[in-house]
Design a protein around this ligand. Sequence first.
Ligand code: ATP
Ligand code: MG
Length: 1167
Amino acid sequence: MEVKTKSLLDNMIGVGDMVLLEPLSEDSFIENLRKRFDHNEIYTYIGSVVISMNPYKSMLIYSPEKVEEYRNRNFYELSPHIYALADEAYRSLRDQDKDQCILITGESGAGKTEASKLVMSYVAAVCGKGQEVNKVKEQLLQSNPVLEAFGNAKTVRNDNSSRFGKYMDIEFDFKGDPLGGVISNYLLEKSRVVKQPRGERNFHIFYQLLSGASDDTLKKLKLDRDFSKYNYLSLDSAVVNGLDDATSFRTVRNAMQIVGFMEDEVQSVLELVAAVLKLGNIEFKPESRCNGTDESRVKDKNDLKEMCELLGIEQSVLERAFSYRTVEAKLEKVSTTLNVAQAYYARDALAKNLYSRLFSWIVTRINESIKAQAKTRHKVMGVLDIYGFEIFDDNSFEQFIINYCNEKLQQIFIELTLREEQEEYIREDIEWTNIEYFNNAIICDLIENHQNGILAMLDEECLRPGTVTDETFLDKLNTVCAQHQHFESRLSKNSKFLTDHSLPHSCFRIQHYAGKVLYRVEGFVDKNNDLLYRDLSQAMYKANHSLIKHLFPEGNPAKVNLKRPPTAGFQFKASVGTLMRNLQTKNPNYIRCIKPNDKKAPHIFTESLVCHQVRYLGLMENVRVRRAGYAFRQAYEPCLERYKMLCKRTWPHWRGPAREGVEMLMADLQVPAEEFSYGRSKIFIRNPRTLFFLEERRRQCLQDLATLIQKIYRGWKCRTHFLLLKKSQIVVAAWYRRYAQEKKYQKIKRATTVVQSYTRGWQARKLLRELKHQKRCKEAVTTIAAYWHGTQARMELRRLKQEVLNKHAVTVIWAYWQGTKARRELRQLKEAARNKHAVSVIWAGWQGTKARRELRRLKEEARRKNAVAVIWAYWKGLKVRREYRKFFRANAGKKIYNFTIQRIMQKYFLGLKSTLPSMSPIDKNWPVRPYIFLDGVHTELRRIFHLWRCKKYRSRFTEDKKAVYEEKLEASELFKDKKALYPSSVSQPFKGDYLEISKNPKYQKLNSSVDEKVLLADVVNKINRANGKGATRILLLTKKNVVLADQKTGQVKASVALPDLTSVSVSTQNDGFFALRLKEGSASAVKGDFLLSSEHLIETITKLHHIGSAASDGEQLNVDIADEFLVQFKQDKVCVKFIQGAPKNGNGASCKRKNNRLLEVSVPASA
Ligand SMILES: Nc1ncnc2c1ncn2[C@@H]1O[C@H](COP(=O)(O)OP(=O)(O)OP(=O)(O)O)[C@@H](O)[C@H]1O
Ligand SMILES: [Mg+2]
């Protein structure tokens, strides 16, 4: 069982762990401490508790190398060190998920604050790293100098004494990286702000500010660097050896910046500090009033003024608050004057409140900065550094509170280490001999008991109506607590103190766990009340300074609260209660600080002082319990879970009860029986070495397991890799083989094909040769045969020819003979036929005559028969008429006739109705007339019907259409059968405005130059009078004018008033030429007549004619139609002659000037 305890046991100075001390006595204990202290071994263990001796000198045991040395090492592995405890706590937090608290106790100056900083710096060094984490660490660490500057002061016991209690929760994530923290502060000793005991200083910040701030800053704060100028700063120890206030000020400012204070926040804080100093300088003088009382007045208003300027307070308001006090009771407000003493009291109360609230605000502000951002569950390590137990010559309310707090901490130590430990052995049924120790619960009860505890009495006295003084409070204590064995007072009913001169009348004494402390009651009631006159808090609230306004919320007149605020004692008791409850939920780690001497000097070991501390800290009892008991215990389940890998039977799973599993484990590991005991639910391990042994084995085993897992994993990985490679190789090989085989096959195939082709070629050639031979043989045979047959044939031919020649001669002769014979026979037959025909003709003539004679006879017979029938019918009719005449009236015949006629007409009309032709005017159909006598009617009806349907047809016409038809009609009258062009115009609608002149922007100008409505707008050709060539013009026709304009520019070339036109001449042919003949002597006739050509000639002329006939003067425009007419060109009369030309494709007639008198227009004959 080799355990690494080299440093703890080997080369040990004294013993590192008091548990190992032999023999154990108080002397040997102190001696061991001294020995170690003398050899600079300031840390010693009692089991897991660290005893720390204050060396009062800097030690080289906190270097980064030391941090590395202690990192991740077992607690007992190395020589005792505070780092070992910090490491143990941090690892339990990180690895076992247990919240930790580090409780640092000891009297003032024992080194608690230093120890807490060492713990924090160690944890900061070993926990995770990273930009964010480092920032959090830095902020957590830098909160210390800030809080120390404002909360620490030099006391007679300690140059850097914490004057407040501090508990800091550092929060970590599951990896052990710090996330942030929360600081709780406990009751600042604020009385120090206004008064410091001899040899002590005010809070460091005042001295640091005055020493370290720049001149500029001081000027802004209206401060002077000279300490002596400030009443609140004691002068006798303003400068402390080893403390550099100026450097500390820079450190504090820097730390504030790191923690996250804004520049304006720092400024506000300093302004408040300055204001407190100024406040201390305000002095009062009495001023007599007419009622004989004195009223306080501010003596020199300069400091008051400066303070008000700093805080933005109206001077008069504060001044009044120092002279008057307003008491509000329900609806009443009573104002009383303050005398000088009361004014000083008010001033100091304000200073104390101002400073303590500022301190609390700083803590809150730091908390804001360092609070964990992540909302995830986190683990917590609490570090408690509270003011140490203190005994001064003159102890007041503050010491009472501080010592009460230390009592509570001692209590929790006893609870958890001594009582709880012993009780656990009994609970777990472990053999145990009880060890006596002093339980300070009784002292705690004396102070905090709800009914008769000192704090309850004090509260009762404070809240009691009537005159309340410190003396009445002491009286009350004397009656209530007299019998308590830890309470001593001269006037108590306990007679034994009556003669005790060490006990003054105004004091009471408590026998604390750490010694007797004499408390002077003076100020107890006041300090517990902690009252600040409302006028002052209201004056502060009115300040034009955001921070100060924030610090005095009760000064808000809108929120006047008449309820008394809780007393200082009550608040402290409550917060200590909460702290204790909080600590009890965490795993405690103890650092017991011991002060070696009262001189704050190194190397001095005052035995009596150390002995006293060892006694009251209960360290001897601690060692005894530890020695009698067991170093380590753990419930069976987690123990089995942790060490099960050390035994093959319990690894990896133990199926039975956990205890049996642990037993199996211990047996298997052959741990000696005296080294452990089995409790009901836990195993108790006596010696830390056994635990180390288990841990070491576990570590080795974990290494082996890790190696095994690694081995299996690597094997698996390699195998998987190999299998993959193998599979890949098979795939690759298969592919390659296939490829190679394919290649080979291709090669063989090509070779085979070559061989095959050679063979086939050879065979084919052989066959070809044979076939050719055969063919040649066949051909030879054929040729021979042919020659032979030819010879044979020619011979036969010759024979046959001869034969034919012979035969032909016979045939010719025979044919001649036959012909002669036939002709002779034919002649004979013809003769016979001629004879036969003559007979037939004679026979037919005879037969015809016979037939005609018979026909005449038959006709005669038929006529006769008919005549007989007619006569018979007449006779019959006559007979009937004669017979029926008597039945008819005279005019019946007429009626029958009329009726018959009516019926016929009715039938005719009804028939006509159903057989009427279509409504088209051009439909020529008409039903056939049924009776001749209706001939006239039928024709008349046809005419009427035609007229009616024409009328119907016309009635559908619109006015425009009607006008068009009228024009068409007029055109017909003018040109039908007169001009060859006319028929082609019939089907063309008369559009009029071909150029869309009103819409086309191009002709806008032209359109506007013509006043009248344009009836026709068309492009025409104007024939040049000189050469007969054409030029395009726009022809516009209005009711009054004919206008010719340039086609491109739209410029009017000529405008002829219609009355100036005499006639229009056109040809009879298929051309579009027309001449506008002008009245001689008219204005338009200067240049002569116009010869124009238009594609819409018929329409143009018709329109011209129509306008002429519609004009009011009624003078008709003549339209001359002739193939030759005369036109007046300037002076000359020229004949325009139309001749028929060859038919042409494309456009029509061409015009040519033949000579001076003749202009010839050649019109192509229509195809
Ligand atoms: N480990 C240490 N190494 C060097 N000096 C130390 C050490 N511990 C304490 N000191 C010295 O002792 C002084 C007092 O220590 P510290 O302020 O920690 O006491 P404390 O227990 O917090 O007292 P208080 O209860 O008054 O706050 C320190 O200012 C420092 O000079
Ligand atoms: Mg301290």
